[in-house]
Ligand binder design. Sequence first.
Ligand code: COA
Length: 556
Amino acid sequence: MRILFLTHSFNSLTQRLFCELSERGHTVSIEFDIADSVSEEAVALFQPNLIVAPFLKRAIPESIWSRHPCLIVHPGIVGDRGPSALDWAIQEGESEWGVTVLQAEAEMDAGPVWASSTFAMRRCKKSTLYRNEVTEAANAAVLLAVERFAAGNFTPRRPESGARGRLRPLMRADDRTIAWQRDGTNRVLARLHAADGFPGVPDQLFGQPCRLFDAWPESTLRGTPGTLLARREGAICRATADGAVWIGHVKRPDQIKLPATLAFPEAGALPDAPLAGWWRAATPTWQDIAYEEAGDVGFLGFDFYNGAMGSAQCRRLSEAFRWASTRPTRVIMLLGGEDFWSNGIHLNLIETAASASDASWENINAIDDLAEVILRCDSHLTISALQGNAGAGGAFLARAADLVWARAGILLNPHYKNMGNLYGSEFWTYLLPKRLGLEAARAIMRHRLPMTAAEAVSSGFYDACLPGPVPAFRVDVARLAAELAAAPDFVDRLAAKRARRAADEAEKPLAQYRAEELAEMRRNFYGFDQSYHVARHHFTARSPHSWTPRHLARHR
Ligand code: COA
């Protein structure tokens, strides 16, 4: 079928559906919801059999839904309606939630249902729920709805009158506020989680208005409710009525989202509460890099908000990796976050730096240093285990490990071109051609579109795709890593790795690959062409789209 996506943006859920429907032989084209006339034009040009709206912020115009079948993906259970479905579900502590695919009609989210899927709720950020459970459920429901539509013998039905779901209003700032003197940690976390990603909880820090994001529970620090207790790296800790929480990120009015201590330099006066070493703390606290061991395998976990890796984070992770490689283990697993393994250099930090060019240069060097530490490790076999998505430099950084194992269902965007035609670094010119050949490496860099983990494996870019939700994936990769460490040929494999690296170094030193890539990056950062700076500005400001890029709008 010819399927047109009408969507607010090409977000991760839209990307997933794009890949899955394309893999099933459908021709998918995309138009961003910019203006009714633009959507009407897209429909006229593409002549779709079916229109799907994976992520819309307003209704489809009647001129379209009255003439073409339009399926809306609503992140709520059957019967639920309204623009804040997930926010209410999290804040009100629903134990089960779901996704419904329904036909567009005059009344929003009220049309007949083509398919639905449910999942168990858990205590996590809205953005994490969206990128995991919601995406899986939406994928299942959309594939079923499309199958039913194609078969032509399914009649969608309206929800029965006793359905649990109901119409709920837009969640307003007043619904989200935290009463720090009164609210306990569970309630505070529910409010922060319900607002994560966007729009954040409206509050005040140091007497200034801001929005709070990225909450983590704290189990030992205590103080007068509402007071700020401590800082650690970019995060600050605040007392609740019965405990404390960490706040990793904040957004001040008219500024972009930043680590809390950077947005409020006043936080520098708070007592520092560093963790000793890299071991995972025994009780919950804010910890973005955490090391654990099981037998011969060291698990180096890192969970950076939005997968963005600033210079300091890259340096700390390099240090942690060096330390992990001194441990009496055989395998080191680089286990990134649940939402993202890595999305490369930290564009928000760069955007707010005094010199964006200098900050970009420092960050790309720091991430290259990290890639180099992993590449040069000759004491261990290394594995990148991707439970979450990876994009741009992050997708290539993962390849610096000997093996890359990805969870089925994650999305990869292994290209730099969408960020103002960046050339890219992280040793991709060494890593890709060696594995894929020059032409296939070039094709990946030109591609601009997302790929699934299965595609990455079939192209030879990654090594294995393992099924499952995140907990099952973690169990699987831990078992496989333990098998790798215990295998009779482990010593031979390690020796072969050392020999391969030495031969590669003799053929062309890593330093040369790096210098060549960085010469191109220097032009991107400091040269006449400002595309990267313009693209980064719009990306970090979350500027609305004014047109759909041509590689997505195939009908244009
Ligand atoms: N630096 C800072 N923030 C980043 C980031 C980066 N490298 N990559 C993603 N983010 C942030 C986004 O700003 C967004 O922030 P929010 O909390 O305000 O929503 C959040 O992560 C999620 O990103 P989004 O684009 O909505 O997610 P997605 O799953 O739809 O798309 C990517 C994923 C990777 C395709 C997209 O985020 C992207 O292009 N990132 C930039 C990658 C890049 O060019 N890095 C620099 C070169 S190495």
